[in-house]
Design a protein around this ligand. Structure first.
Ligand code: SF4
Length: 328
């Protein structure tokens, strides 16, 4: 049985890393002492200790246009994940352990260089959940030094209210996924049967804090604030997508900024044969037609490539984090 949710997560600027002791940062609420984990070997579901680990830092062009813009989004890809989906497109870092241990000082130097060189539109923290104390310290440092670019929290959607209370002071933009309408599928692929309701609550809180992504109302090219929700269509699971999108519509209405993604690629071999292929055009268009019928109007749509991809050729958006430039 999980410990109670309330009163367990704290982030104090003076002692930011204390939250790793009896860690309840994410809704898994493992309660393990990550500060002792380097020696004890006992980690929680995410598999991470209190040692900050990062797989890549650099300008990234794979986000939606208001986030990547022309210069790119200043991405920090954290190693590990609290959701660990079997189909993760960043499998090497979410499940495979890829990444290097870095000090916060070293990470800050790399981030500072990226922002000061006017190379990027924002700082984009990708899956910072389990390293939130480090992430917030990084953002505090950025603001203290006057490097005024928006901060993007790029998330799985699986966040607790307490986590979002803490993250709210650091985030300007939330980019959450909403992966599942089907709780049984969420249990099978992400060990998380409560994902649909947890993620809907989390996105509601994100919208309460930041509103919808501002570019749709301001007409600006680059986003400064707000929420954009993403949904990746899984091959063979069209009904899951339709249910997820219906839930989003019922909760937030047609103005919710939404990104519909078709880029799924089988990064690893799956027992579930449906996940060993890419999306068909028929599947994509079935889901896309549903999005249009619901009336979503603030949309980014990733149309499938015209030529069907061969399994031997990963698309450009599937990274290889063993390389200095993972996205080619
Ligand atoms: S961040 Fe990791 S250790 Fe902490 S509660 Fe979540 S899965 Fe468990």
């Amino acid at each position: 049985m999980k410990p109670p949710l309330s009163g367990h997560v704290r982030w104090e600027a003076a002692r930011p890393l204390e939250a790793y002791r009896a860690c309840r940062l994410c809704p898994r609420r493992c309660g393990v002492d990550r500060m002792a984990a380097v020696h004890s070997g006992k980690t929680g579901f995410c598999g991470e200790t209190d040692q900050l680990r990062v797989a890549h830092v650099g300008p990234h062009f794979g986000e939606e246009p208001p986030v990547s813009g022309r210069k790119g989004s200043g991405a920090v890809f954290f190693s590990g994940c609290t959701l660990r989906c079997t189909f993760c497109q960043n499998h090497q870092i979410s499940r495979g352990g890829q990444g290097e241990a870095v000090s916060l000082e070293h990470l800050w130097e790399r981030v500072k260089e990226m922002i000061r060189g006017d190379q990027v539109h924002n700082l984009n923290l990708v899956t910072p959940d389990h390293f939130l104390p480090h992430a917030l310290t990084l953002v505090a440092r950025q603001r203290a030094e006057g490097l005024d670019v928006p901060v993007v929290f790029n998330l799985s959607g699986y966040q607790s209210p307490e986590w979002l209370d803490m993250a709210g002071s650091g985030a300007d933009i939330y980019l959450p996924d909403f992966k599942y309408g089907d709780a049984r599928l969420a249990a099978r692929l992400s060990s998380c049967g409560e994902y649909p309701e947890t993620a809907l609550d989390a996105i509601s809180e994100m919208v309460r804090q930041k509103g919808f992504l501002d570019t749709f109302s301001s007409g600006a090219e680059i986003a400064k604030k707000g929420v954009l929700v993403r949904h990746l269509i899984l091959p063979g699971y069209v009904q899951n997508s339709m249910d997820a999108l219906s839930s989003l519509f019922l909760e937030f209405g047609k103005d919710l900024p939404l990104s519909l993604m078709s880029q799924y690629y089988p990064v690893v071999k799956h027992k579930d044969a449906r996940l060993n292929r890419t999306l068909t055009h028929a599947e994509f268009h079935q889901v896309y037609a549903h999005v249009r019928a619901l009336g979503f109007r603030n949309l980014f749509v990733q149309f499938p490539e015209k030529t069907r991809r061969r399994a031997a050729v990963p698309p450009a958006l599937v990274p290889d984090f063993r390389k200095a430039a993972p996205f080619g």
